[in-house]
Design a binder for this molecule. Structure first.
Ligand SMILES: Nc1ncnc2c1ncn2[C@@H]1O[C@H](COP(=O)(O)OP(=O)(O)OP(=O)(O)O)[C@@H](O)[C@H]1O
Ligand SMILES: [Mg+2]
Length: 351
């Protein structure tokens, strides 16, 4: 078994607003081993970005508040670190790739300079060595003519090539953990696939751990080892990618799986979306936050928050439906069919 790199325990992040305290992340726990990929999925506003920004301690304070928990990286808690200590961790140990490559790039500086800057900051090398390494990185992320590209500005690159530059910068200091927050959603489908392929290659070569944030479950099937499903600031189901796709236990996960586009019908069929909307995180409901949208909700859902029930050593779900005395509810046929069709398609695509 590879080494445990990251362990997040009961992480809580709040935001102080004029309307009150928003509880954006409400007790999130997971871990990650070297070379492993965890996908975090969930609807908009479920707390995916706040969770991943918190791992880098990038939550602005105020209005953000780290309200509890710990983030153990290589066994050391990051939450108490000062900004100066944290800036060493960023880039060096943990690097991040965002959805919009332009936010990560300085439009007024040549890309070569932006990569060498990171290398010089984190590695003890000469300017010449840094330059050589930067060109090598550009080559590794699949940018043709890297010597020439080295001297160009971000606007001279296409969207996909720009995201490759951002990945090169993220890799410049050889981080152990790469966090990618929807890194491909702004790109067209073919380019998306290329960027994902690139990330998988990089991971194989460098044994980098990856946290991949997306609301596209299709992407998850191809890239992740494990999946955390987030709802209203909490992880509601956690398991290996096979457990999540073949044996999902939480009705919210069923909803997400059911809302995957049907590839066969090429999105002509209307998407099933989960009816209703997520709760207000200013005043989270008592009990199971998903209950009002759950067609299988039980009376207890409105009274008491469910614990994480164990499905297997690697699979947990936070729903009262897993209580031994709850009625036996199986995954709905329509959703089961959708999953099977999807996995078949994904398999043929992958070949
Ligand atoms: N600066 C802030 N002030 C107040 N509330 C915030 C702030 N940043 C985030 N939130 C709230 O935290 C919750 C989680 O937001 P987050 O951005 O993590 O969602 P997400 O899962 O990444 O969604 P998306 O898929 O749209 O990116 C949301 O309810 C959001 O409104
Ligand atoms: Mg987000």
């Amino acid at each position: 078994m590879s080494k445990k790199l990251l362990e997040v325990n009961d992480l809580k992040v709040n935001f102080k607003t004029y309307a009150g305290i928003v509880q954006a992340v409400r007790g999130v726990s997971f871990d990650l081993h070297e070379g492993e990929t965890l996908a975090i999925v969930g609807e908009s506003g479920s707390g995916k970005s706040v969770t991943s920004n918190a791992l880098m301690k990038l939550i602005p304070q105020p209005p953000g508040i780290y309200a509890g928990g710990e983030i153990l990286f290589d066994g050391k808690d990051l939450l108490p670190l000062t900004e100066k200590e944290m800036s060493k961790v960023r880039g060096n140990d943990i690097a991040m790739i965002f959805q919009d490559p332009m936010t990560a790039l300085n439009p007024t500086m040549r890309v070569g300079y932006q990569i060498t800057e990171v290398i010089l900051k984190h590695k003890k090398v000469s300017k010449q060595e840094a330059k050589e390494r930067a060109i090598e990185l550009l080559r590794q992320v699949g940018i043709p003519m890297p010597e020439r590209r080295f001297r160009q500005y971000p606007h001279e690159f296409s969207g996909g090539m720009r995201q490759r530059v951002v990945i090169a910068i993220a890799l410049a200091a050889d981080p152990k953990l790469l966090i990618a927050d929807e890194p491909t959603t702004a790109l067209d489908v073919t380019i998306q696939a290329q960027i994902l392929e690139l990330m998988k290659e990089i991971q194989k070569e460098r044994n980098t751990a990856i946290i991949f944030i997306t609301h596209d479950l299709g992407v998850v099937a191809n890239i992740a080892d494990r999946v955390a499903v987030m709802y209203a600031g909490q992880i509601v189901e956690y398991g290996t990618v096979n457990e999540i796709f073949y044996n999902p236990r939480h009705p919210y996960t069923w909803g997400l799986l059911g809302s995957m586009p049907d590839l066969k019908n090429d999105s002509q069929e209307e998407l099933r979306t989960i009816p209703g909307s997520p709760p207000n995180l200013l005043d989270p409901p008592v009990g199971d936050a998903f209950a009002p949208r759950n067609e299988y909700a039980l009376a207890i859902d409105y009274e008491k928050e469910p614990p994480m029930f164990k499905v297997s050593d690697t699979h947990y779900a936070k729903t009262w439906l897993l209580h031994p005395s709850a009625p036996k509810i199986e995954i709905p046929d329509a959703i089961q069919k959708r999953i099977e069709g999807y996995l078949k398609e994904a398999e043929t695509r992958g070949k």
